[in-house]
Design a protein around this ligand. Structure first.
Ligand SMILES: *Cc1c(COP(=O)(O)O)cnc(C)c1O
Length: 448
């Protein structure tokens, strides 16, 4: 589907962003020229996916569409059991309702914001064991999303087994910059989990991009197909939560998949209570069809190559202009190192958010803050948490924009970069929610 996009003037954007309380989530999409807020549900479906919609079976129970999805999940991912859910966080809700209790600890690489939200909301702790190298944006290493095995082992030894319901491995590691996790790391994490009798959960929103990086960067995998690599990855895993809005290229959908029949049964009640009966769980039949097709298309090499290379190309354009970003370029997005661009904005005034607003004012390009606003407050002390990195994420929707659009983005960012010395004032929060505040936060220009 082709959609029109609208240009605007700087004066208009100044008014709109002020009316939006300087929160880019509050903007109307018509007030955005190029929308890189997220790659979630913003992809363009294929002819095959649109065709499969028409064949959707909307039976309440046992629909053909459910069985088509079941087949795809079994064939492509290797899980025998699954529960559909309307999106990734709903899958997390179903799973964590069954396994997470107050006082529990879930170690992992960087937990996604909704994952962390669901964990902390239940009074449990999301323990980040990502390798330290991930915090150095200039360092060019192939698998910057990996878990640090020493940190993980220390955590598994420190807390009693019954307090650790799962280890959560997010592939690719979005929070660290869309950085992949190596097959070797998955294998070692899996072995460690087995040794301690703890299930390994993969948050697989971007599992296919991760497989592409394994194929192109990890020795011994270069001659395997993406589907072979995906199968191998999930052979090491007990549970998978999936936001299908990412690598399954649908606008809405998700699921939680299990190796254990017992856990699947334990979770069914929470699916029925929160999502719907276990053969549709918050999805219509047509959407399950499109998702089944998307799992197949999303794990094809040609598609992944064009996608990941488009992201890398945007990175290469930024290199020409000297704009610093998390290196190497990630799978779905470029993460601009905002702290190295806006050196005069104090972190208390939200550096990455300030850069996001400047880029919007410059050219109507919408990115998203991955910094202190997203990091939220400490659940106990209620102090602001300041993460190691202040990043502006430019997420590329799948099969939507051309390289020309991304050239506009690169040049707009260059313009902001060139006048960075003059940007010294950030923003302060005037209103925020107690958890996952970034979605609805209200800000004003910092008074100084
Ligand atoms: C998007 C995402 C989620 C949550 O999924 P939704 O579909 O947005 O609810 C969880 N984990 C990761 C890694 C994600 O990218």
């Amino acid at each position: 589907m082709v959609e029109a996009i609208r240009k605007s003037t700087r004066e208009e954007r100044e008014r709109w962003i002020k009316e939006a309380k300087y929160n880019l989530f509050n903007l109307k999409s018509d007030h955005v020229f190029i929308d890189l807020l997220t790659d979630s549900g913003t992809g363009a479906m294929s002819d095959r996916q649109w065709a499969s919609l028409v064949l959707g079976d909307e039976s309440y129970a046992g629909a053909r569409s459910y069985h088509a999805l079941r087949e795809a999940i079994r064939e492509i991912l290797g899980f025998e059991h699954f529960l559909p859910a309307h999106q990734g966080r709903a899958a997390e809700n179903v799973l964590y309702s069954a396994i997470v209790r107050a006082g529990d600890v879930l170690p992992g690489n960087s937990h996604f914001d909704t994952t962390k939200g669901h964990i902390e909301f239940r009074g449990a702790t999301a323990l980040d064991c990502t390798i330290d190298e991930a915090a150095d944006t200039r360092l060019e290493i192939p698998f910057k999303g990996n878990i640090d095995l020493d940190k993980l082992e220390a955590a598994l030894e420190r807390y009693p087994r019954e307090k650790i319901p799962a280890v959560v491995l997010t592939v690719t590691n979005n929070t660290a910059g869309g950085q992949p996790v190596s097959m070797e790391n998955i294998r070692q994490v899996s072995a460690l989990c087995r040794r301690h009798g703890i299930p390994l959960q993969v948050d697989g929103a971007r599992f296919a991009e991760n497989a592409y990086f394994i194929k192109t960067r990890e020795k011994g995998h270069e001659n395997k197909t993406i589907k072979e690599i995906v199968k191998e990855m999930f052979s090491l895993v007990d549970i998978m939560t999936m936001s299908a809005k990412k690598d399954a290229i649908v606008n809405m959908g998700g699921f939680v998949a299990f190796k254990s029949e017992e856990l699947w049964k334990k979770c069914q009640m929470y699916c029925i209570m929160n999502e719907g009966f276990i053969t549709y769980g918050g999805m219509s039949g047509r959407d399950m069809n499109a998702l089944a097709t998307g799992l197949d298309e999303g794990t094809e090499l040609d598609y992944l190559e064009s996608r990941v290379r488009q992201v890398a190309r945007l990175g290469a354009r930024l290199d020409e202009f000297g704009v610093p970003y998390q290196r190497p370029a990630g799978g779905h997005a470029i993460f601009v190192d905002a702290a190295r661009v806006l050196e005069h904005v104090p972190r208390e005034e939200f550096i990455a958010q300030t850069l996001a607003i400047e880029l919007y004012l410059e050219a109507g390009v919408r990115g998203v803050e991955i910094g202190a606003i997203l990091a939220d407050r400490d659940p106990v002390t209620r102090d602001n948490r300041y993460p190691a990195l202040e990043l502006l994420r430019l997420a590329i929707p799948r099969r939507v924009y051309t390289d020309n659009h991304l050239d506009v983005v690169a040049v707009a960012l260059k313009n902001v970069f060139d006048r960075r010395e003059s940007i010294t004032r950030g923003y302060t929060i005037t209103r925020e929610a107690p958890i996952m505040r970034h979605f609805t936060v209200e800000l004003d220009v910092a008074a100084r």
